[in-house]
Ligand binder design. Structure first.
Ligand code: PEP
Ligand code: MG
Length: 579
């Protein structure tokens, strides 16, 4: 077997050694197998049933819209999907293929979709040609039905560590790692702060993205070493390399063990400055890791993950249970629940057909914009959060604010939710604090209007960098331009902290920069006293805080704020870290 190495971008550290498991499409792994003649009729019936279930699904969506405030074009959109679904080219032709080829239903449908897409590609009329996207969407709905759980990742095949190799993975795919315990993952595409990378870090599994052609070069079951720190993948390693990495793996494990001793130690700099170290979580299950790593609060609960990988939206009660679990689990320590940041790369399956494909999703109907455009969904969440606030120290955090008007509208919605709960005698914290995320340069530049309306702030550096530098955080083609040390980024962060301090409002950083230990002293020097990060990074950052001098860091950070190039800033950061 040939041994070779692939380079990519390491987005989640650590070393994993295991066997490759290939996934063809992130959510749609389509198996191909031949059936015994006796199973063909049952397979055709299985296909017919899947079509009927999707018919019901579309009818349900249609009914849910009646009388609501959903724009009329969505109805027309669903009608088109209905027509496509019931057209014999989609609902009958695959049956013929199952019969003729004795293949499984998923494979028959995939082949037929390929034929239809080809036909559409040849149409000259641009509008009609674009309709092929509808055909693919309807086809994928049926595929998901056939495959059971919507968008389910295949379960790991072997007992030993399995390393998932895919062209791309959505955040919804990666969150399934929580159930399946893959050892690591590799993708051809992706950027450092894509949500996929973030979820991988929160799961504490090594991940390398932007390998370009891992999916094409690696074969199923090949032995792999994934070095998430170096961004390297070694395929079919020889014995010497394997033992070298096994040794490294053991050393890393020992270092982690040592760090555990810092769990209960307060995070204080050498010159006595106290620092809050909170955890970022996606689901209530992350609580265990949060407590294990000594977080003094949850600084960011990305609530939108409750909405992914499912057929329907989570109800108010279901959301309430999730928020209450976290609030109670943290035993009075603060829990900051971010209202759902859906849109962009976080696609809600249950809203398929209602969410239009935006020409530029990162600049489209995302986060608070989406919340305000879907008031019923937003109110349901606000009620659930308010109800949970009775069981702990809960705060509301609003993502992607650009203007004061968005806060005013959100505060009005919160007031409505409170009023309704009061009328129903449902207990909640009447003084619940409301904060805003600073993720858009406009929010920093005109922060005075935001700061006066909010109780606290949290800088989302992942998006702040993306929007300041106009670099898509998930696009590996421009990953080299995504730079937290760009002077514009550093100055915006410094300015946001200074504005909040002046207004005496607490401010945190909850983007990936907060968990990047090489940037801890820079942030301390810029005046940051509140960090929120993945639980797995908490103790490493705490160790750095314990060995830092906040006043000395400020002296160099002041020079960094005046520096005019990323290279100069990088040198000064090295100097800070060498202190
Ligand atoms: C951020 O943008 O930095 C942030 C914390 O939010 P998210 O990564 O979920 O967009
Ligand atoms: Mg963000």
């Amino acid at each position: 077997m040939v041994s070779f190495a692939l380079n990519g971008v390491g987005v989640s550290g650590g070393i994993a050694i295991g066997r490759a498991q290939l996934v063809s499409h992130a959510t749609l792994e389509v198996a191909h197998y031949t059936l015994p003649a006796s199973k063909v009729d049952a397979e055709i019936l299985r296909f017919s049933n899947a079509i009927k279930e999707v018919q019901k699904e579309l009818e349900g969506l249609h009914a849910a819209m009646t009388g609501g405030d959903v724009p009329g074009e969505f109805g027309a959109f669903l009608d088109v999907h209905w027509m496509i679904l019931t057209d014999p080219t989609l609902s009958e032709a695959p049956k013929k293929l199952i019969l003729e080829q004795r293949c499984n239903a998923e494979w028959a449908l995939t082949q037929q979709l390929g034929i239809l897409v080809e036909q559409f590609n040849e149409i000259e009329d641009a509008y009609l040609r674009e309709r092929k996207a509808d055909i693919v969407q309807v086809g994928e709905r049926v595929l998901k039905r056939l495959m059971g759980k919507p968008g389910a990742l295949p379960a790991p095949v072997a007992e030993e560590q399995t390393i998932l190799v895919a062209h791309d993975l959505s955040p919804a795919d990666v969150i399934q790692f929580k159930q399946h315990h893959y050892g690591a993952f590799l993708t051809d595409v992706g950027g450092v702060t894509s949500h996929t990378a973030i979820v991988a870090r929160s799961l504490n599994v090594p991940a390398v993205v932007a390998t370009h052609n891992a999916r094409a070069l690696i074969r199923d079951s090949e032995m792999l070493i994934v070095d998430g720190d170096a961004g390297v993948v070694i395929v079919n390693p020889d014995r010497a390399v394997l033992s070298e990495y096994r040794l490294k793996q053991t050393e890393l494990g020992l270092e982690r063990q040592k760090l555990k001793r810092l769990r209960t130690k307060p995070a204080e700099t050498l010159d006595g400055v106290h620092v809050e170290l909170h955890a970022n979580i996606e689901l209530p299950d992350d609580l265990a890791q949060t407590l294990e790593n000594g977080a003094t609060g949850v600084g960011l609960f990305r609530s939108e993950f409750l909405f992914l990988n499912r057929d329907s939206l989570p109800s108010e009660d279901e959301q309430f249970e999730a928020y209450r679990t976290v609030a109670e689990g943290m035993e009075g320590k603060p829990v900051v629940i971010r209202t759902f940041d859906l849109g962009a790369d976080k696609h809600v399956e249950s809203l398929d057909g209602l969410m239009r494909v935006a020409p530029n999703p990162a600049l489209g109907l995302r986060a608070v914009r989406f919340c305000l455009a879907e008031p019923r969904m937003f109110l349901t969440q606000l009620r659930a959060i308010l109800r949970a606030s009775h069981y702990g120290c809960v705060r509301i955090l609003v993502p992607m604010l650009a203007s004061a008007g968005e806060i005013d509208q959100t505060l009005t919605m919160i007031a409505h939710a409170k009023e309704a709960l009061r009328d129903q005698d449902v207990p909640f914290d009447p003084n619940i604090e409301v904060g805003g995320m600073i993720e858009i340069p406009a929010a920093v530049i005109a922060m005075d209007a935001l700061v006066s309306r909010l109780d606290f702030l949290s800088i989302g550096t992942n998006d702040l960098i993306q929007y300041t530098l106009a670099v898509d955080r998930a696009d590996e083609a421009v990953a080299h331009l995504y730079n937290p040390l760009h002077p514009a980024v550093v100055r915006l962060i410094g300015q946001a902290i200074a504005t909040a301090d002046k207004a005496k409002k607490p401010i945190a950083v909850c983007g990936e920069m907060a968990g990047e230990v090489s940037l801890t002293r820079l942030l301390l020097g810029l005046g940051l006293r509140h960090f929120s990060m993945h639980p797995a990074e908490l103790l490493t950052v705490k160790q750095r805080v314990l060995t830092s001098d906040a006043a000395a860091s400020k002296v160099i950070a002041d020079r960094i704020r005046r520096a005019d190039s990323p290279e100069r800033i990088s040198l000064l950061v090295d100097k800070l870290n060498a202190m």
